[in-house]
Design a protein around this ligand. Structure first.
Ligand SMILES: [Zn+2]
Length: 173
């Protein structure tokens, strides 16, 4: 029998890759208008299209200058909404970047608060942590994690829903 090659495992989820680093501070999208998906993020689209619902409405294409992600939706172009212009998408990109900066700042503040608290309580001279101290640490930890998870979950579920609605459209349901 011939020697078989040894291959590295391939991952279908980016977060499973060994070199993946958590995007704690800010996502590394090139385009914050469509989050590199070509379709404007639903929460941003709603700022322009009143009551926008990606299940009922045509999907708004990202036309931001320098973003070419929409090309991958070429096959669905009859089902797409091209009304969000270069200027609008540029503005939505700016809004989202600002929003993420704010999220990062808040997360940073929470983490610093948490670190200060744990440092204070583990410093020499602090003999016994009280039950309340332990509880406070646990709560702060949960809060920081929940804030990060919430933001991540929202992005992921929007993406999943978008993909789902895309495949429904593709199959004409
Ligand atoms: Zn874009």
């Amino acid at each position: 029998m011939k020697n078989l090659p040894k291959l590295e495992p391939a991952y279908n989820r980016r977060q499973d890759c060994p070199d993946y680093t958590e995007q704690i501070w800010q996502p590394n999208w090139r385009c914050f208008c469509c989050e590199d998906r070509g379709i404007v993020a639903a929460s941003l689209a709603r700022l322009v299209i009143d009551g926008y619902n990606y299940e009922r409405n045509l999907l708004p294409v990202c036309q931001r200058r320098g973003c070419y992600e929409a090309n991958k939706w070429e096959h669905l172009k009859d089902d797409l909404d091209f009304r969000l212009t270069v200027e609008i998408c540029g503005e939505l990109d700016k809004i989202s970047r600002e929003d993420w900066k704010e999220v990062a700042k808040n997360n940073y503040r929470r983490i610093i608060d948490f670190k200060t608290l744990t440092t204070r309580l583990t410093a020499p001279g602090v003999k016994d942590r009280t039950h309340n101290d332990e509880r406070e640490i646990a709560i702060r930890k949960q809060e920081s994690q929940a804030a990060l998870d919430g933001r991540k979950k929202q992005a992921l579920s929007e993406f999943a829903e978008l993909q789902e609605s895309d495949s429904q459209r593709a199959f004409g349901f």
